[in-house]
Design a protein around this ligand. Structure first.
Ligand code: ZN
Length: 247
């Protein structure tokens, strides 16, 4: 099975469209989209992004912004700018799409794979930012492969099957990573709609479960289109501008 793995779309329709177009243009076929949560928040097109996602075969997890929008997380735990957009989203989202967000699972085991937004032990909140946090999470998970989003940074953590040491690497774009059967992995595809690794292009990955390969991809999208819409709704300037830098 070939999975198009995406995360943290954050209501950025131009970025999501660019991913689907790029996949199609380059003939990167897939059977299903695995979306690791945070479809909404930060951006101004929550409905359009959910509607587009629903046109393709998909599995979609819940993220912290999704939970905030449905009232499952206290907004005081959010940064002021993020909270502003959560409240805006609550006012603008359709009831059908609110139901979509409400029915997202927060953790989903699929055979050898575990899908979560944040981390295996804290599926909605914990940021796996370094080897130490990854190591603690490896202790906590049964699956061989865990796919996470949340940090908006594409990364591969691997616990070596022979030495049990945990290593981290930033996968090179377009270069398949061979997933070894005797090792275990926590992998992040990065963010579609608000990258934070210094590369403003939308991030996604293709997982091929038959060949056990993970390939990271990036695609440019019309950032100014997304920003113009955010500005028209008076979104916090910092959220608008960070898209330029991918930070
Ligand atoms: Zn996010």
């Amino acid at each position: 099975m070939r999975c198009l793995v995406i995360s943290d779309i954050h209501a950025n329709l131009a970025a999501l469209q660019a991913v689907f177009t790029d996949v199609k243009t380059r003939g990167l076929s897939y059977d299903i989209v695995w979306c690791l949560g945070d479809v909404v928040g930060y951006g101004a097109e929550p409905n359009e992004c959910i509607d587009l996602l629903r046109t393709v075969p998909h599995i979609c997890l819940a993220g912290n912004h999704d939970w905030a929008v449905i009232g499952k997380l206290d907004l005081h735990t959010f940064h002021e700018q993020a909270a502003y957009v959560v409240e805006w989203t609550q006012e603008h989202i359709t009831s059908q799409n609110m139901s979509f967000l409400r029915s997202r699972p927060d953790i989903l085991p699929l055979d050898d794979y575990l899908l979560v937004h944040a981390s295996p032990r804290e599926p909605i909140w914990e940021y796996i930012t370094d080897v130490n946090v990854a190591e603690e999470n490896f202790d906590d998970m049964q699956a061989s492969f865990c796919l996470v989003g949340h940090t908006h940074v594409p990364v591969v953590f691997v616990r070596d099957g022979r030495t049990s040491n945990v290593h981290v690497s930033m996968p090179s774009v377009n270069v398949p990573v061979m997933l070894k059967r005797d090792s275990r992995y926590i992998i992040n595809p990065g963010s579609v709609g608000q990258p934070r690794d210094g590369d403003p292009r939308a991030a996604f990955a293709i997982l091929d479960t038959a060949t056990a390969t993970w390939t990271a991809h990036r695609v440019e999208y019309p950032i100014k289109v997304t920003q113009a819409l955010m500005r028209s709704f008076h979104f916090p300037l910092r959220l608008v501008e960070r898209l330029n830098y991918g930070r």
